[in-house]
Design a protein around this ligand. Structure first.
Ligand SMILES: [Zn+2]
Length: 157
């Protein structure tokens, strides 16, 4: 995993060393962290609970081989757990994830509207069919004048 550590421009020398230690990994492995926060805290006389926040404020790790699958933005980590949990193959940045969720909501809404429209169309078709049947039945009963015509014809033969 290729990564690059970047610091805030106003970082102190001590904090820079703390960040370096925090992110230092064996052979650049994802979770091959060499120092524990406790060890770093002892070395710099800082409470070990404060190490992650010092690191988070002063630096970030650019994960060079992890890009957003939608926009191509490179992933940035602020904590070790972010790096460990990271899905490098299918990572999607916050903006793109939000956009995707909106798109899916919209698609679902359109799907529901379409279903409603189809149900309405089916209802209309059924109604037309019923009306047609009714009309056919009505027209199949010969009218009186028609009967007369037929009778006339028959009489004529
Ligand atoms: Zn993106």
């Amino acid at each position: 995993m290729k990564t690059k550590l970047e610091y805030q421009s106003d970082i102190t020398e001590t904090n820079k060393l703390i960040c370096e230690r925090y992110w230092l990994r064996e052979a650049d492995k994802r979770s091959g962290f060499i120092y524990t926060c406790k060890e770093i805290g002892q070395e710099f006389d800082v409470k070990h609970q404060d190490i992650p926040s010092i690191v988070k404020i002063n630096s970030h790790l650019v994960v060079l081989d992890c890009q957003c699958i939608d926009c191509g933005k490179t992933k940035i980590c602020y904590t070790r757990s972010q790096l460990i949990r990271l899905d490098t193959i299918r990572w999607r940045c916050d903006d793109c994830r939000e956009a995707l969720e909106k798109r899916m909501d919209q698609e679902y809404l359109e799907y529901r509207l379409k279903q409603d429209r189809l149900a309405e169309e089916r209802r209309q078709t059924a109604l037309e069919h019923i009306n047609q049947c009714r009309n056919t039945q009505l027209s199949s009963i010969p009218s009186v004048t028609e009967l007369n015509d037929v009778d006339k014809l028959l009489l004529a033969v």
